[in-house]
Design a protein. Structure first.
Length: 304
């Protein structure tokens, strides 16, 4: 294998965000603080005496419309966009302080996070970054939904979605190791159907949603266009996938294939992978050919 070790990174200085939670509708202030090498991503509830919850598979809570973490009954909700930004941008160690139970939704994408990472910069640390190199296939199936991870170079993702009109079928294929997350994935926003709004609000969900924080779909099209990409919907699912798989604790080296999956299946895959130690190993290098051979490719949307 050709490759070289990379080193862990943290943000160069503190970053603050404020907004409201997508589902709770509650106001929240969040501060990202540089952390020591080997710390990983740790959430800290400042409203609960600084209670800490590491971002890993052991602390995954109930997953449906968002990915939440829980330890000793303390909840951190809707973590996927920030975790996706950390993995996509190459940030390993940060303390995330928040003063409520849910992260701010901001514009519904990971774009605002990446913009701030670029503004303050990142700092290389002395510890070599570890990757999870997949050795054997791991698959999760549920009816016509599927997700699997396989041995491969780089961090390859092949994601197919199939939603009612006006989305239909879209597919995205690319390799995260090429470094194009900032331009091709981070800006993609979360989305939902206007006709589902009342039902979801009755369930205690999407109480903080607005046209500034999500793509709103009607039966005839996009209510608050234009889209940022012709296939923004599948790109956002890739964004979610990267954030959910971050709960493995390290960036994956391998090939991930998903069809009609979602948060629950993403995190189920992490759980299956972590349970069977024979399916992966830790490595300090990845095959650079995957990152250098070709640009991060995108397939055109595939319509039924």
């Amino acid at each position: 294998m050709s490759g070289k070790p990379h080193y862990e990174r943290t943000i160069a200085s503190e970053i603050s965000f404020s907004g409201i939670g997508l589902h709770s509708g509650a106001p929240v202030t969040m501060r990202l603080i540089p952390a020591a090498a080997g710390s990983g991503i740790v959430f800290r509830r400042t409203d609960l005496d600084g209670f800490e919850i590491p971002a890993n598979n052991r602390n995954v809570a109930k997953v449906s419309y968002a990915t939440s973490l829980m330890r000793q009954g303390v909840l951190i909700s809707t973590t996927e966009h920030l975790l996706s930004a950390f993995i996509g941008y190459g940030i390993d160690n940060v303390i995330v302080e928040i003063d409520n139970l849910e992260l701010p939704i901001l514009d519904g994408s990971a774009g605002p996070y990446v913009t701030e990472f670029e503004r303050v910069g990142s700092r290389q640390q002395r510890r070599k970054r570890e990757y999870i190199r997949v050795l054997k296939e791991v698959e999760v199936r549920e009816g016509d939904k599927f997700i699997g991870v396989y041995p491969g170079t780089g961090y390859q993702i092949d994601y197919l979605i199939d939603f009612p009109s006006p989305i239909g079928r879209e597919r995205f294929l690319g390799d995260l190791e090429t470094g194009a997350y900032t331009d091709l994935i981070a800006p993609a926003r979360t989305f939902g159907w206007k006709e589902d709004e009342a039902k979801l609000r009755d369930m205690g969900l999407i109480r903080g949603v607005s046209e500034q924080s999500a793509i709103i779909l009607t039966r005839t099209g996009v209510q608050n266009g234009p889209l940022r990409f012709p296939d923004e919907f599948v790109r956002h699912k890739v964004l979610d996938l990267i954030g959910d798989l971050a709960l493995a604790g390290r960036r994956i080296q391998g090939r991930v294939v998903a069809e009609r999956a979602g948060h629950a299946m993403h995190t189920a895959l992490v759980s299956q992978l972590m349970k069977d130690r024979s399916t992966w190993e830790l490595t300090h290098v990845y095959d650079e050919e995957a990152a250098e051979s070709e640009a991060f490719a995108r397939l055109q949307p595939v319509h039924a």
